[in-house]
Design a protein around this ligand. Structure first.
Ligand code: PMP
Ligand code: GLN
Length: 379
């Protein structure tokens, strides 16, 4: 048959994790912690499974969880949020991103994405008959030139996809980016899709620049979040979307036919845990900053070039003083010959600029990071 996604293979995360497993390598490729979330939260899942909460949840999510999400959006970002009409709980941020794009992108529409871009954006646009316009950001600062964005906007531009803190670069937005975005979309009816799954993982005192803080921008935005990142539970597949009612209505029309609803016991458990321990996320930045610092310190003895990440649980490493190989070859060889899995950054670009950069995930126990660093120091 003729593929609807001719450009797509299996995602790089699956490919590199499998390669690491096959070769017994330390897997710093796919982003996931090698530790569990809070015991009290996990206990609640078991309790709800044992106590009859095993059938379909409501379409938009459990009311108690939606209320907790709305409270959080109000207290953290000053966004008064109606839990009834503006919040949808989804099976991971991944489904939310797909629903948002599918809800509004029509054949011929253009969607602006910043490369390196998370790998689901472009295929989701293409499946809806849209076209992506790629704006390339460059190592090491990955700064957005907002004049370039303005120049890329056409009458067909339907949406701009944003991501801060940014995977894979670990960079974060400043107020100047908000100003640039504002100038770019002012006077247009362009919609925004704001991927904020790393909202709580920022370092060195940085504050998360959530679109929810800016009413003039959030009125045209789907803002997407992930409990998987915040509670060290990527396998639970629970995320959510906050958007104005008009956008949420269209989002729900898609969500109801893709997944209908999100798994029930996890939603109950998250609602309980958010009510009992609403401050958990406040410690996440410090928790991961310690890991970033440990990993960067360990790598300082190696030949990798390191600019410490500003956020996320990813650290980029420039290997140009080690090898001239393309990053896909280097990442494979690193996994197979040196026993450390990594993600080549070029796969996040439509037109890779030929930079010699790989991504490591440092959401790992200290021992794992130390063992990986010992291997990386031999290169
Ligand atoms: N967006 C970005 C930038 C991500 O890094 C991830 C997770 N790797 C997702 C979305 C998807 O999150 P989830 O696991 O909740 O689907
Ligand atoms: N978001 C994770 C990463 O960037 C992986 C997600 C996935 O494997 N689908 O590594």
């Amino acid at each position: 048959i003729t593929s609807k996604l001719p450009r797509a293979g299996t995602t790089i995360f699956t490919v590199m994790s499998r390669l690491a497993d096959d070769h017994g390598a330390i897997n710093l490729s796919q982003g996931f912690p090698d530790f569990d979330g809070p015991q009290a939260l996990r206990d609640r899942v078991g309790w709800h499974v044992e106590n009859g909460h095993n059938q379909y949840a409501p379409l938009a999510g459990l009311p108690a969880l939606r209320e907790a999400i709305a409270d959080k959006a109000a207290s953290l970002y000053g966004r008064e949020t109606d839990p009834e009409t503006e919040v949808v709980v989804t099976p991971g941020a991944t489904e939310a991103l797909y629903c948002a794009i599918t809800a509004v992108v029509r054949p011929g529409d253009e969607v602006i994405v910043f490369d390196p871009a998370y790998d689901t954006y472009a295929p989701s646009v293409e499946l809806n008959g849209g076209r992506t316009r790629h704006i390339a950001l460059r190592h090491p600062d990955y700064r957005i030139d907002w004049e370039e964005v303005r120049a890329a906007i056409t009458p067909e531009t339907r949406m701009i996809v944003l991501n801060t803190p940014h995977n894979p670069s670990g960079t974060t937005w400043s107020e100047a980016d908000i100003e640039g975005l504002r100038r770019a979309v002012d006077g247009t009816d362009i919609l925004l899709l704001s991927d904020e799954v790393y909202e709580h993982i920022l370092f060195d005192g940085r504050q998360h620049v959530s679109l929810l803080r800016y009413p003039d921008l959030s009125r045209r935005a789907f803002c997407v979040f992930s409990f998987g990142k915040t509670y060290h539970a990527t396998g639970w597949r629970v995320g959510y979307c906050i958007a104005p009612r008009e956008l949420t209505d269209e989002f729900l029309k898609i969500h109801q036919y893709i997944n209908f609803s999100t798994n029930t016991p996890m939603q109950f458990a998250l609602a309980d845990y958010l009510a009992a321990t609403p401050e958990f996320h406040l410690g996440l930045g410090a928790f991961y900053q310690e890991k970033r610092d440990e990993f960067c310190d360990l790598l300082s003895a190696s030949r990798f070039g390191i600019e410490p990440a500003a956020g996320t649980y990813f650290q980029l490493a420039d290997y140009s003083s080690i090898s001239d190989e393309p990053d896909t070859d280097f990442a494979r060889r690193l996994t197979i010959e040196h026993g450390v899995g990594a993600i080549p950054v070029s796969v996040f670009y439509r037109d890779p600029p030929g930079q010699k950069v790989v991504r490591f995930c440092f959401a790992k126990d200290g021992e794992t990071l130390q063992a990986a660093a010992r291997r990386l120091a031999t290169l």
